[in-house]
Design a binder for this molecule. Structure first.
Ligand code: NAD
Length: 297
């Protein structure tokens, strides 16, 4: 569903899938409002005036409202202290109208981002970065899962069906926000999982074994055609700004034109990117439901 073809590989339309997911979320939110009189609320906290972060926060705010949820936006000055930020997070943790909390990264250098993330109530940690959520994911307990890997998994299941068991998945990258949770999610789906990273020795050979290849290295064009097994499903998480023909463009980690023999591939832009905000709202809905379990009659 939702695919064009690029002479060979199917191109997975993440934008269309994300729009469908947002539509489903809006319907669920409207139903919850009827049933409970309450809607999920998402608080987004931004420090400073980084232009890219401001764009992300603006877009998260608009889509939260469009889905029928409440959006609480906190735009604080760059010089906000860690204590002040922690005080705000403490307030949001205790606020029953706030079901999800997201602190936009990166934070200014004078703030310990790790400490701030650990200060968020794990049940409201819709980014899924809290150590408790990482631990829950790794041990198979209900977790809030980081949005980007969650979006990748949804696209994979849409393409390959719900059962991924036994497939060999190779994940390029081992960051805490993409690579590691992606590998854990695929393990929980009973894939055979290999993680490769900048110190791996035989990355192209390992990638060629993949039925599912996830590229999350942040290196433009790293994955060449001969790294891809014919028929593999390739998910390109990379977002890299490059200068081409005097123009600034966004490209992924995969040399897209060389991937014609893949079974399917996500384009950049328009693949994984649009899924991330949709999954943020999906996580906010999940957090709301866990905070308001439906009582059996
Ligand atoms: P990161 O820099 O924290 O981690 C990159 C990982 O890639 C590291 O583990 C590193 O070992 C590995 N790596 C680097 N060079 C490599 C190489 N030559 N071979 C093999 N592995 C290599 O980055 P991140 O935060 O995980 O993000 C990765 C990419 O995904 C970036 O381009 C980022 O912009 C993008 N991203 C996209 C979304 C989205 O919404 N689509 C969300 C988050 C991140």
């Amino acid at each position: 569903m939702g695919m064009d073809r690029m002479a060979g590989a199917a191109v997975i339309d993440g934008k269309r899938f994300a729009a469908g997911l947002l539509e489903t979320i809006s319907v669920d939110v409207a139903r919850l409002k009827d049933e409970t009189g309450n809607v999920p609320g998402l608080a987004v906290v931004l420090l400073g005036a980084d232009p890219a972060s401001a764009v992300y926060v603006g877009s998260k705010h608009r889509q939260t409202v469009a889905a029928g949820m409440r959006s609480f936006k906190y735009e604080l000055p760059e010089e906000t202290t860690e204590d002040e930020l922690m005080t705000l997070i403490g307030r949001l943790n205790a606020d029953p109208e706030v079901h999800g909390i997201l602190v936009q990264l990166p934070l200014p250098a004078h703030i310990d981002a790790g400490a701030v993330i650990q200060g968020i109530n794990p049940d409201k940690d819709v980014d899924g970065f809290h150590i408790s959520n990482a631990g829950r994911l790794a041990t198979g307990q209900p977790a809030l899962v980081p949005c980007t890997p969650l979006g990748c998994l949804m696209l994979l299941k849409d393409r390959l069906g719900a059962d991924l068991s036994g497939l060999h998945a190779v994940v390029i990258g081992k960051s805490n926000i993409v690579g590691k949770p992606m590998a854990q999610l695929l393990l929980s789906e009973n894939c055979t999982v290999t993680t490769v990273h900048s110190r791996s020795r035989n990355t192209p050979e390992l990638c060629r074994m993949a039925d599912i290849l996830i590229a999350a290295a942040g290196r433009p064009g790293l994955v060449r055609g001969d790294w891809i097994k014919p028929g593999a499903v390739v998910v390109d998480v990379g977002i890299n700004r490059v200068e081409r023909d005097g123009k600034s463009r966004i490209v992924g980690d995969v040399a897209f034109e060389e991937a014609r023999h893949a079974g399917a591939i996500t384009p950049v832009p328009g693949g994984v990117g649009p899924m991330t905000i949709a999954c943020l709202l999906s996580n906010t809905l999940t957090a709301f439901r866990r905070q308001h379990p439906v009582k059996a009659d």
